[in-house]
Write a protein of this length. Structure first.
Length: 196
């Protein structure tokens, strides 16, 4: 990578770091190009050059957060030896990520991120393909081995991640979920929904 490319990458990261700090402090309403330029010291022209728009900053930040979550999930999944321990790893790692990085988790579970993921699902999946493929291969291998029920991959994904996402959203919005209890009990309930 050339020095110019390195500087550009560093600038983009600086913008994203500042945007996350603004989002954490002021919510989505506070996330403006002006706030980003003040917090990051990067010019508005540079923000537009790297991201195209404020929505581009938001999208890039959400993709960065998603990438971090997927990396953590995949690292834990690779340490497992069977389908049940894989489900446990996914659930516990997801909940741990939410607790350790609540600002990133709030962004990932925001209405804007939901809208964007519905409108741009194909593009998002394509951009995260390298991270998502190992999950698909894991699920297919476990299904072919008879370790999980023979349902289509999207259904398996929904049965595993749907409850985890709901618990995460509840904790992030209302704070009335005991996350330690959820991490202890949720994996077994999810496992029962996909075990053969």
């Amino acid at each position: 990578m050339s020095p110019k490319q390195q500087r550009g990458e560093a600038t983009a990261e600086q913008v994203l770091d500042s945007a996350l700090g603004i989002y954490a402090a002021s919510g989505e309403a506070g996330l403006t190009v002006g706030a980003i330029t003040r917090a990051s010291g990067v010019s508005a022209g540079s923000v537009y050059h790297h991201f195209g728009s404020l929505q581009g900053v938001h999208n890039a930040l959400a993709l960065r957060c998603l990438g971090r979550l997927l990396d953590e999930l995949l690292a834990e999944l690779r340490r497992t030896t069977d389908a049940r321990s894989g489900v446990q790893a996914i659930v516990r790692t997801y909940l741990a990520f939410v607790q350790a990085r609540p600002d990133e988790a709030r962004l990932l579970h925001s209405a804007t991120a939901d809208h964007e993921s519905m409108a741009e699902a194909g593009r998002i999946r394509d951009s995260q393909e390298a991270r998502l493929t190992p999950f698909a291969l894991w699920a297919r291998g476990r299904r072919e081995a008879g370790e999980i029920t023979s349902l289509p991959a999207p259904v398996i994904e929904a049965l595993v991640l749907g409850p985890v996402t709901a618990v995460a959203r509840r904790w992030l919005s209302a704070g009335d979920v005991d996350m330690d209890e959820a991490a202890r009990t949720l994996p077994d309930h999810i496992w029962r929904s996909i075990s053969p």
